[in-house]
Ligand binder design. Sequence first.
Ligand code: BGC
Length: 780
Amino acid sequence: MPHAPFGSCLPSIPRAFTRRLAAGAALSALMIGGALTSPAHAQIALEAEMSARATAAAVPPTPSVPGPWMNTKLSPDERARLLESQLTLDERIGMLHGIMALPYKIEGLPDGVVWSAGYIPGVPRLGIPALRETDASLGVATPHRLRPDGATGLPAGLAIAATWSPELAYQGGAMVGDEATRKGFNVLLGGGVNLTREARNGRNFEYLGEDPLLAGTLAGQAIRGTQDQHIVATVKHFAINSQESSRRAVSAVIDEAPLRESDLLAFQFAIEAGKPGSVMCSYNRVNGPWACDSDFLLNKVLKGDWAYPGWVMSDWGATPALSAVTNGLDQQSGEQIDREVFFDKPLKAAVEGGQIPAARVSDMVRRILRSLFATGVFDVKAPTGPIDFQAHADITRTVAEQGIVLLKNRGDVLPFTKGKRIAVIGGLADVGVLSGGGSSQVLAADGPNHDYKNGAFVHIGGTGELVHISDAVYQPDAPLKAIEGKAGKDNVFFADGRYVSESVAAAKDADIAIVFATQWNIEGQDVPDLSLPQGQDAVIAAVAAANPNTIVVLETGGPVAMPWLDKVAGVVEAWYPGTRGGQAIANVLFGDVNPSGHLPITFPKDESQLPSPVLAGFYERDRTKLIDAHYPEKSDVGYRWYAAKGLTPLFPFGYGLSYTTFAQGGLKAAAGTKAGEAMKISFTVTNTGKRAGQDVGQVYLVSGPQGNRTRLLGFGRVDLKPGEKKTVSVSVDPRLLADFDAQAHEWKVAAGSYTVALGSDALSLGEKQTVTLKAQTLKP
Ligand code: BGC
């Protein structure tokens, strides 16, 4: 591996902290789970510290203090104004910066602080609660295995996006919000919506794909679900944090118009639908300035054009200078990783010296208070009582089932019929299902968590104190067990896939061979190319040559190339399928669930099809060296690039098979009739097969007055019995038809003819309709 994960964010555990722990127990050694001179001693110290810092719920909430700001009839803005006016300058400043609540570069944690992503003290005399922050969109994360409590892990963001279901995104967000509040947190660092511009980005699994409408809609619903639990959600990482390589040095170079039409549009949709209390600015630079010190991004776009009323927090250690205050950043997070705690003493001195107006500091604080009022953190008592893990297991399993994408099914090899002998090969399918690493890592409540014995943590390699942060975590729901449960133990046998010869022998012995293939991704690190690592392509090719009924189940954090595609009978993309992923996979393979996921990203044939075949900075060892990343695709992210260049990918955006068949038709399109609606479109979907199933109807723009142009305009997921027909109605947002005019500072819908088409994916377009629209301009 060329780089340590996380870059400079989480390099090592401080020796000073280590020494301060009980009786000289070496926390760093505990955390890395290796090189212990006295493992038993160390384990005891860790467990004592862990139970002392178990969950924030153990800490009594700050009691509210009577005052006019507690009048729920007043608007959140008014309540924030009233409360903020009571604060001293020191109290204000205290709310504007906070620590990464982990034993790193810190002289111990304040009492009552649990190990988690972040902590910012409140003002108890006025009833202002401390901000207790936890990651992330896929579940309540357990940073560095430092807390003993587990959580329900949702499938990867890409799996959520593959459901194309705003309802499931909402339910997932609500589930994470419920677990976070029951654990005592009031800020969730969840709501990731960066577009998949770079197929090799190590964090693609956290996000919702390559299309602004799909990603923005689902992120908005997830945020809504979370905040309905009375906890602040955080849309992130603002903006164009498209790669992890040199993430704290790279500048995304892109003109304003394409930026507005793509990445920023995804944020805009998410913020409009979800109204997140906070926005996290990203590590990278955008056209030069740091995203967290960008007047353009924070003041002009977010707070100016979009009138965003909440607060902007920095990513952890991403505050570059005090100038960020003036440029729109409201809170410095993970401050011990920054060069200086700019938002503490330097800010106070600048206010007292008149360089920064006191009114700006009040604005920063009001924004935080406003979000706490708007989401009900002040007014609604956090739920107590245990988490309903059973109900949440059903949610995560359903998301996985609906997000699994059937990519190939030659001769209807799937679903399996009973009585077959099945060889299950590779992917640690006997242990569990893979999950993505980094700050979003969830450890299962019913999993091994801190127990190293049963092999659910796989050491990927490398050295150093925090090396086990980069262990690959397998959620303990083994597909092998679920398959045995359906096919009968005697009909199933396992080969671990390490040796080609052994895998081939297993495949020859069976009616069906299922190869589980994994590609592990982690925050802080991109993948060098699109191949499956560790020789898995060779295993698949050899197994496919030995058994014509070979099925590949992929657990990947993004697209992979499939040099063996023609040789295998079936391919199932299961992503990282979450806490109940093993069961979800088996349910799809055996037909208890009819697959209905559709790709939220394009699968390229190989790197040569990517807009940037060479990933900027991947092999740069000095991760502080300033580099640029260019985006030749401009606003044509993902499938739009392939359409514009006439490239045929391996699998297009929107693609996904079913065990039944569907017909889409009856396309009607007309000019919109209400504000914010450019066009009204409807069409029907009919289940023409013999099984009940769900389909995702998609409608695309194919040409406009400016020429050919492909863009998703709307979609609808329908559940249909055999023979059943349903109508899908779509209201098209004018920004999807418009160009952004940076000079005039507005969206422009050109007058003329727009042709739209029904699609079962971005390449397979059916019926078309043309609509004539009048010119229209819209505010940014
Ligand atoms: C990540 C954020 C995360 C933060 C706190 C950073 O490394 O980029 O997504 O919320 O850490 O854990």
